[in-house]
Design a protein around this ligand. Structure first.
Ligand code: NDP
Ligand code: 8X3
Length: 250
C-alpha cells in the first residue's frame, strides 16, 4: 500500500491496534504519542512489516506539534491519511464536583490537540488536492450521559469539527469521516480513573466490550473504500450497548 498514515495516540489502545493492523497491510506509518519508549518498541515490532517513523510530542503543545510534523524526513513528509485518535477522559464527576484541571486536560487534548495536528497536516493535503482524515469521536459525542459533561462536550466538539472539516475541505477533494466507538477495553478507563485499575476493570464487566482491533478494522474499512466513496460518520458499540446508558449486562 503506497500510502503514509499518521496516527496520534499510537502508544496504546485503538491507536496501537490501528498501527498494528495498518502495518500488516503495508501502509507507511508515522506513530505519535508522548511515551517515547512505547513508540520505540512499536517501531521495533512493526519495522519488519513496513516503514515506521515515530514522533514523540504532547498534542497540547502547539509548537511541539508543528516542530514534530515539520521535522518529518522526505520518505514520510507526504501524509495521505491522518487519524486523529489521541484523547482521553479525565474524571467522572457531576458538573458541580468536576476538577478544572480535568476539564482543561480534556478540552486541550481532545479538541485543541486535534486542531493543532490537523492544522499542521491539512495544508499539504489542500496543496495536493487529496487526503483522508479520520476523526475518532465517541458515542459520548452523540449522547450526553450523567457525569459525562466535559468529556461529552469535547467529543461533541469533535463531531462538529468532523462535519466542518468535511464541508470546508470538500473543494479540495479531501475525504473526512469520524469513527465513534462505544465502550472499548483500552487504557481509557485507567486514565479516566487516574490509575484506579479496579474501578477501570469494573467498567468492562458483565458484557463483551469492543476490542481496540474492532475499531482498527472499522478504520481500515473506511480508508480502503474507493476514492469516490466517503464515509461520514460511524457509531460502533458492543452489541450489549444500545446507547450511552442502555446496557444488556449479565
Ligand atoms: P488509551 O488511553 O488506550 O489511548 C489514548 C492514546 O492517546 C494514547 O496513545 C496516548 O498516548 C494518547 N494521548 C493521550 N493524551 C495525549 C497527549 N496529551 N498528547 C499526545 N498523545 C496523547 O485510550 P483509547 O485507545 O480508548 O482512546 C483513543 C481514542 O478513542 C480517544 O480519542 C478516546 O476518546 C476515544 N474513545 C475511546 C473509547 C473507549 O471506550 N476506549 C470509546 C470512545 C472513544 P501517550 O499517553 O503516550 O501520549
Ligand atoms: C468513551 C466511551 O461511554 O465512556 O468515549 O464515554 S464513554
Amino acid at each position: 500500500m503506497d500510502k503514509t498514515v499518521l496516527i496520534t495516540g499510537a502508544t496504546s489502545g485503538i491507536g496501537k491496534a490501528t498501527a498494528e493492523l495498518f502495518a500488516e497491510k503495508g501502509f507507511r506509518l508515522i506513530l505519535c504519542g508522548r511515551r517515547r519508549e512505547r513508540l520505540e518498541n512499536l517501531k521495533k515490532e512493526l519495522s519488519h512489516k513496513t516503514k515506521v517513523h515515530i514522533l514523540s510530542f504532547d498534542v497540547r503543545d502547539r509548537k511541539a506539534v508543528f516542530d514534530a510534523i515539520g521535522s518529518l524526513p522526505e520518505d514520510f513528509a507526504k501524509i495521505d491519511i491522518l487519524i486523529n485518535n489521541a484523547g482521553n477522559a479525565h474524571g467522572l464527576d457531576t458538573i458541580d464536583q468536576g476538577s478544572i484541571d480535568d476539564w482543561d486536560a480534556m478540552l486541550d487534548i481532545n479538541v485543541k490537540g486535534l486542531l493543532y495536528v490537523s492544522k499542521a497536516v491539512i495544508p499539504q493535503m489542500v496543496e495536493r488536492k487529496s487526503g483522508h482524515i479520520i476523526n475518532i469521536g465517541s458515542i459520548a459525542g452523540k449522547e450526553v450521559y450523567p457525569k459525562g459533561n466535559v468529556y461529552c462536550a469535547s467529543k461533541y466538539a469533535v463531531d462538529a469539527l468532523n462535519q466542518s472539516m468535511r464541508i470546508d475541505l470538500n473543494p479540495h477533494g479531501i475525504r473526512v469521516g469520524a469513527v465513534n466507538p462505544g465502550a472499548a477495553e483500552t487504557e481509557f478507563s485507567n486514565v479516566r480513573f487516574k490509575g484506579d485499575d479496579e474501578r477501570a476493570d469494573n467498567v468492562y464487566k458483565g458484557f463483551d466490550p469492543l476490542t481496540p482491533m474492532d475499531i482498527a478494522e472499522t478504520i481500515l474499512f473506511v480508508v480502503t473504500r474507493p476514492a469516490h466513496v466517503n464515509i461520514w460518520d460511524l457509531v460502533v458499540t458492543p452489541t450489549a450497548q444500545a446507547s450511552a446508558t442502555v446496557w444488556n449486562k449479565k
